[in-house]
Design a protein around this ligand. Structure first.
Ligand SMILES: [Mg+2]
Length: 391
């Protein structure tokens, strides 16, 4: 089998990221979204979404590369290759783009391609992706509704009750107004905890820089970070997430050692080398690789092994289209321990329309992990054509 096409598909939407000003739902990225489609001569196709600067990533995948190795585009490095040689191809993509890549946009594009290749490999073997990755240990997992902070205690309580009514047993509130006013932060968390009651999970993602989307402010001091963890413990928060500058591994380890609540992070990290350092230096209780940023499933599989060694939990970060939800579910199916799947309840018209998977919650607030061949989530080709920008 040979790869015949690695196609970046750029989609345009008409909404923008927005934290709600009342109890209503917030909106994730709604203006641009990049998809990648990998095609083969045997008719198998892989699809994946990418969280990146979408218009620029198109050139990295399928623009004009240079002849020097290290400055090639990703599609040049793949056409004609056997898509089942996934891990060899990951190395080839890394080295072939290393002089401009290694992290950021290039690694995010590699992540999407890697997920496509794993999907193709599973389809070609007529296997479920989780089986291809090492085997299914479970058929369902607890979902947490993942959304943004609302600006008042009343709106927080109304929103939290709304998620319970939808069947969720766990909710994460992040970013929004959090960090602008410490007194109000506490009232918002208190209102959410009261509305959720003692038996449902409350997770908090304070953001690693203060609010103000166009102009981020300074990051927290060590003392502020520790104090934040201490008062969050009063509300039985399941974890505090991604609240320290992502380059400050030392700071994570120090704050975690003093935090009464579990510390979760990892969505900003990429490659096995970065995750190795982060996990081995004791930075977190819960590692959160994002499969559309970390280097894809090839890297995530290695992270799962690191988690076993360090005896910490792995809950993939997953706040994009349901293509990513699907890949995350397949990965979660293989983990030794699986606490949650992140479920994006804030999808825009654009991210929501790409892969309108019919996930539903059972009576325990759990989502079934698709069992068919491949990743088990289909794209809406008509929607994609209708929103596609020709590049
Ligand atoms: Mg986060």
């Amino acid at each position: 089998m040979r790869i015949t096409d690695v196609e970046p598909i750029l989609l345009r939407g008409d909404s923008t990221y927005r934290a709600s000003t009342d109890a209503s739902e917030s909106t994730d990225n709604g203006d641009w979204q990049l998809l990648v489609r990998v095609a083969t001569d045997e008719g198998f196709e892989g699809w994946a979404d990418v969280e990146t600067l979408a218009p620029a990533a198109v050139a990295v995948i399928a623009g004009t590369g240079m002849s020097t190795l290290g400055f090639r585009t990703l599609s040049e490095l793949l056409i004609g290759e056997d898509p089942r040689d996934v891990e060899r191809l990951w190395d080839q993509l890394y080295i072939g783009s290393a002089y401009y890549g290694r992290r950021g946009l290039a690694m995010q594009a590699i992540s999407a391609i890697d997920n496509c290749l794993w999907s193709i490999r599973a389809q070609a073997a007529a296997m479920n992706l989780a089986q291809m990755l090492g085997g299914r240990r479970r058929d369902r997992v607890l979902a947490y509704a993942s959304t943004l902070f609302r600006p008042t205690p009343q709106a927080m309580a109304d929103a939290a009750r709304g998620y319970l009514d939808q069947g969720f047993r766990a909710v994460k509130f992040g970013w929004g107004v959090f960090g602008e006013d410490p007194g109000r932060d506490r009232e918002l968390v208190a209102a959410a905890r009261e509305a959720l009651g003692p038996d449902n999970h409350l997770l908090v993602d304070p953001g690693w820089y203060p609010a103000g989307w166009t102009r981020p402010g300074p990051t927290r001091s060590r003392r502020e970070a520790i104090e934040l963890c201490q008062w969050l413990a009063d509300y039985d928060v399941g974890w505090v997430e991604d609240f320290i500058h992502p380059e400050r591994f030392d700071e994570y380890a120090t704050v975690r050692a003093q935090s009464p609540v579990p510390v979760a992070a990892g969505e900003q990290l990429a490659t096995i080398w970065e995750f190795e350092r982060f996990i081995e230096t004791g930075c977190v209780d819960v590692i959160q690789p994002d499969l559309s940023r970390c280097g894809g499933l090839t890297v995530a599989r290695r992270i799962a092994d690191m988690c076993t060694r360090a005896n910490i939990d792995c809950v993939p970060h997953s706040w994009l289209t349901h293509l990513l939800t699907g890949y995350s579910l397949q990965f979660i199916a293989t983990l030794e321990r699986a606490r949650f799947v992140e479920f994006n309840v804030s999808q825009s018209a654009l991210t929501g329309g790409i892969a309108p998977a019919g996930f539903s919650l059972d009576d325990d607030g759990m989502i079934a992990i698709p069992g068919g061949p491949g990743a088990g989530v289909d794209v809406d080709r008509d929607f994609i054509e209708a929103h596609r920008v020709r590049t």
